[in-house]
Design a protein around this ligand. Structure first.
Ligand code: KG4
Ligand code: ZN
Length: 326
């Protein structure tokens, strides 16, 4: 099914052409530079940037593979969850294109998209599977017994893992966006120098606010972030990263013990984290096959929306719903 997909839920403007589980083109324009001076995503700026960028990306994607609107089977767009202003830009554009080209339109759940990214990476992958969706806004453990069926087993009580990485980076004076920079620093750091607790609530829930506070106190006790040299920042980044990753994987194992699926998927922006990628394989060895999409399909992109679209029920065709859950 040849699908043109649009993703605009947060600060990535993206357009892709996907044929089933084959990506023909996946253009991603990151707005990072526009938001960096503010230390986080500014919703108003994000929506305006999508408005400027998305139409050109649609044109460029079609030109890149020599196709026209007429050739398509489907238009797909992220309908939520996400920033409402940003979602509306993508949805409005998709509605106009679908109407103009006389093609059906599917509104796709962004979180489903992250899981289906794994099927672009491994086209033979099929449910049943267990997924950890870790992004800037979610840390959800879900079981997927069949296509289009998602059952949330647990989520975070407070911060999402990506949000925790972003806040830790800010506390350490490492700038924005936080996840990638903590990842880079942590590779040079020693996590055992100033170890931080591994958050562990009973059951399948996550919590990262206590860990954040522990980091804050540690930095304060060391004289504040300005007093830290490169080595100290790297060691603290490594300790923080280790605690987040071990907490995430402890619950994946617990979920698997309760529901031993043959396949485990780790996806969403935080799945780009190098320690998480390495440790996930080790933790699940002998239990399940682990699939983690390549970096370009972990962070927000339209190809994953195109991959999920054929499995999205047609009744969710229209509308941007920022509060949409699973
Ligand atoms: O899925 P995503 O691109 O956007 C949302 O849907 O939220 O995830 C973005 C999140 C950000 O919090 C970012 O800091 C985090 O993913 N992230 C990482 C890494 N790359 C991106 N976190 C840890 N390590 C990384 N390498
Ligand atoms: Zn996302």
């Amino acid at each position: 099914m040849l699908t043109l997909a649009i993703e605009s839920s947060c600060d990535e403007s993206s357009v892709a052409l996907v044929d089933g589980r084959q990506v023909l083109v996946n253009l991603v324009f990151s707005q990072e530079a526009a938001h960096a001076p503010f230390g986080g995503v500014v919703p108003e700026l994000a929506a305006r940037a999508h408005l400027r960028k998305l139409p050109a990306l649609v044109r460029a994607a079609l030109d890149r593979v020599g196709l026209q609107g007429d050739d398509l089977d489907l238009v797909a767009v992220t309908r939520g969850p996400g920033l409402i202003g940003s979602l509306l830009v993508g949805v409005g554009l998709a509605q106009g294109l679908a109407r103009g080209w006389r093609k059906p339109l599917r509104g796709v759940n962004h979180l489903w998209g992250h899981v289906y990214a794994a099927m672009l990476a491994r086209p033979e992958l099929e449910p049943p599977l267990l997924a950890l969706v870790v992004s800037g806004a979610h840390s959800d453990l879900v079981r997927m017994p069949a296509h289009g069926v998602f059952e949330v087993l647990g989520r975070t009580r407070d911060d999402a893992a990506g949000e925790a990485f972003d806040k830790a980076a800010r506390m350490l004076g490492l700038g924005y966006p936080g996840g990638p920079v903590v990842d880079r620093m942590a590779r040079r750091g020693d996590p055992a120098r100033w170890p931080l607790p591994v958050p562990s609530l009973p059951g399948l829930e996550y919590s990262f606010s206590g860990l954040k506070t522990a980091l804050r106190y540690r930095i304060r006790d060391l004289g504040g972030s300005e007093a830290l040299d490169e080595k100290a920042r790297a060691d603290l980044a490594a300790a923080f990263e280790r605690s987040v990753v071990e907490s995430l994987l402890e619950k994946v194992r617990l979920a698997w013990d309760r529901w031993p699926a043959p396949e485990v998927v780790i996806c969403g922006g935080v799945a780009a984290n190098s320690l998480l990628r390495r440790r996930a394989e080790e933790t699940m060895e002998g239990r399940a096959r682990v699939t983690i999409p390549p970096l370009s399909l972990c962070t927000d992109n339209a190809a994953m929306i195109g991959a999920a679209a054929p499995y999205t029920p047609a009744e969710t065709e229209l509308g941007a719903d920022a509060s949409l859950g699973w």
